[in-house]
Design a protein around this ligand. Sequence first.
Ligand code: SAM
Length: 265
Amino acid sequence: MNREKIKDIMQSQGILPQVRFGQNFLCDDKIITSIVDLCEVSGNDRVLEIGPGLGSLTYPLSELTGNLTCVEIDHGLAEYLSANISNAKIIDSDFTKIGDIGDFDVVVSNIPYYVMTDIMKKLFSDFSNARKMVFMVEYEAVARIDCGPETKQYGPLSILCSLYGSYRYEFKVPHTAFVPQPRTTSAVISFSREDTADILCPEFVKFLNTCFSMRRKMLKKNLAAAASSEVIDAAFKTVGIKDNARAEELEPEEFSRLYSEINNK
Ligand code: SAM
């Protein structure tokens, strides 16, 4: 999908990019091929794409599997894709509000940046069985994803990313690779699932949000409403967390163990 093709589709279909939905369409064939290759789709893998837009990634993915599902918030784009891609299921919906749509082996998204955190949190809670996830994100957001304890950016999102599995920064994408061009540079990143992802579920995400609800407070204070003080004291002792620890001091695995202890899992 190159610049001319994207412009052609927009003109012939009367489509104007919606800023409120973060619509910047990828128009560089080399980058598109690299992203699709990173997905390592094989056989009849069940693939989920969030925000297919005009189909830059969707068309090549639909040639690799007959099990491609795409979720698109923009009715006009969802309608256009349904009419033009025969080999994919297009769900016309806001992904952050979607219910059960099944399980997937591979997840890919050129993520609309305005809603990146919500989309990734939902993926790592509801779709964490996938073996591979490949994302395009705003370059500046990489620091929020790939960071450890005691840093300003450390929080629920980076902990979920770390527990899901191994992370790789793949490559930078210049703003010239899109129509219309965003102001910022982008980056492609990927994750491969590991067993530490077994803990990931909506309740665990809620637990993390509670742990970080007041960053500067002691973790025990934040958790006060989540369980009795006896249960919390015992769990801190078993995991080896000091009484006055703040959430930002704990390693991702310590959150995993603390959650299991508190919830008897
Ligand atoms: N995948 C296409 C590409 O690479 O050219 C489009 C990427 S564009 C950055 C983001 C896409 O996500 C747009 O098509 C936008 O309408 C869609 N989108 C935005 N918010 C969404 C949401 N909450 N749920 C589903 N799709 C969403």
